[in-house]
Design a protein around this ligand. Structure first.
Ligand SMILES: O=P(O)(O)OC[C@H]1O[C@](O)(CO)[C@@H](O)[C@@H]1O
Length: 447
């Protein structure tokens, strides 16, 4: 079976191959720091050997819990924010039929999301949609105290109990949280929910291969064994002893850092299949929270092409030359559609007749790559043989490993996120949360 592969050829007019290769020693030091646990944030390295340490029994436990939800729920709400929902959503949206929600016949529960915003309209519309429905909830929060998620869960728990009764609700609510602390743990223990633990040493954005990602993905009907198998494959392919030139995580980390050093401050992740939209969102959190600190770090952005070629395409082609692109390309689509011939040919598209739509998409991709490189945008290319669980598993681990190395190359702690506390502190002060009296006074004086 093939692996995902990385091609950096189209960055080499902007940075030299020698400059990339010159990172070899630094990358080795970074990888060793990860594997030996001697670098910054070394109490959050549980993700590193996670794929190969997932047991069959654990997967079976997840699958049987997923089956209970599948059997008892027509809708399952995944409540979580950031790393506590993006990985699951990334896989579920990438692998689901784009119109699954509109189809009468469903293969499993409808998967929807909550706890990732504080919009009153969203919460109203969600709870309204759930009225009269047999729904369940997967409540995901590592800290167990995240306001967005806790607020949504408070409403969903009540609605589930009111609609389905306490006993059924108990069967249809699952908590994924810390082993001991946090409000989500306290509630789950008190109510007797089935729970899964997020290991202490796995941060939210690295948690997709824990129950955080695996349970919702299994509930949606996707193959978590294959997802893990793909990640295991990349754990090997990006391992400590794999030579620099053959290690995709090492090369990606080195190339993006060299591009950054040369003035390319923004990395745009690109897809040509909108189903990958949430894979990009997952990646944005992974790199944004890991690297954006100490007044440095590449800004991770993302676009869906060719859609965004008709909006952001102008900026990318001719705006400030501080960007580079990383394209995720799917070699073979899962479906086949051929462009039909038309006798009148009023739209002038007969030159495409007989071709697969993917051939047109691939020429859009190639044409864009050439145009953007000509326009001063270095281009990295990640090739994914197919869109399935196995290759998404590979992609996840590849990006995680590269992120750890890249953060160390940049000289930051890739495993903390102190900056996200600032808004929370102000919000609590403004809402007069008990314990924030001093902050409340201080912030009121500034208004
Ligand atoms: O799982 P939790 O603790 O609710 O956190 C959710 C998200 O919030 C953050 O802690 C940022 O506030 C992320 O790092 C994390 O993925």
């Amino acid at each position: 079976m093939k692996n995902i592969s990385l091609n950096i050829e189209k960055t080499l007019g902007f940075i030299s191959k020698d400059a990339v290769n010159a990172y070899e020693a630094q990358v080795k030091a970074g990888s060793e720091a990860l594997h030996n646990g001697t670098g910054k944030g070394n109490d959050f390295l549980g993700w590193l050997n996670l794929p190969s340490s997932i047991s069959k029994e654990h997967l079976a436990d997840l699958q049987s819990t997923a089956n209970v939800l599948r059997e008892n729920c027509e809708v399952v709400v995944v409540a979580g924010i950031g790393g506590s929902y993006l990985g699951a959503r990334a896989v579920i949206e990438a692998l689901s039929d784009s119109f699954a929600l509109l189809k009468e016949k469903k293969d499993g529960p409808v998967m929807i999301y909550a706890g990732h915003n504080i919009s009153e309209d969203y919460i109203y519309e969600l709870t309204d949609y759930l009225k009269g429905k047999k729904f369940g909830v997967i409540n995901i929060s590592k800290s167990g105290t995240t306001t967005e998620t806790a607020l949504a869960f408070r409403l969903l728990k009540k609605q589930c109990e009111d609609q389905r009764g306490k006993e059924t609700a108990k069967k249809c609510i699952v908590a994924i949280t810390d082993a001991k602390k946090g409000a989500a743990r306290v509630t789950a223990d008190k109510e007797g929910y089935k729970t899964f633990i997020i290991p202490d040493n796995v941060g939210g954005r690295f948690s997709v291969l824990t129950p955080v990602g695996l349970l919702p993905i299994a509930v949606a009907g996707f193959n978590i064994e294959q997802l893990v198998a793909g990640a295991v494959k990349m754990e090997e392919a990006c391992g400590l002893n794999v030579p620099f030139g053959e290690n995709p995580a090492a090369i990606y980390a080195a190339t993006r850092n060299e591009l950054y050093k040369s003035g390319k401050k923004i990395e745009i992740l690109v897809n040509y299949h909108p189903k990958l939209h949430y894979v990009m969102e997952w990646w944005k959190q992974l790199y944004g929270e890991s690297e954006g600190k100490e007044n440095k770090g590449i800004f991770p952005a993302a676009v869906d092409f060719s859609t965004d070629l008709h909006s952001m395409g102008q900026w990318i082609q001719e705006g400030e030359r501080t960007i580079f692109e990383t394209v995720i390309s799917i070699e073979t689509p899962n479906q086949k559609v051929v462009v039909p011939s038309d006798e009148a040919n009023l739209d002038g598209l007969n030159f495409l007749a007989g071709k697969r739509v993917d051939e047109v998409n691939k020429m859009a991709e190639l044409g864009t790559q050439i145009a953007h490189v000509d326009g001063g945008v270095p281009n990295m290319h990640i090739s994914m043989p197919q869109l399935n669980e196995y290759y998404i598993g590979q992609l996840f681990y590849f990006f995680e490993k590269a992120c750890g190395i890249s953060g160390y190359l940049l000289g930051v702690n890739p495993f903390d996120q102190p900056g996200v506390e600032a808004y929370k502190k102000n919000m609590f002060a403004l809402l007069n949360k008990p314990g924030y009296e001093e902050e409340s006074k201080a912030i009121q004086a500034r208004l």
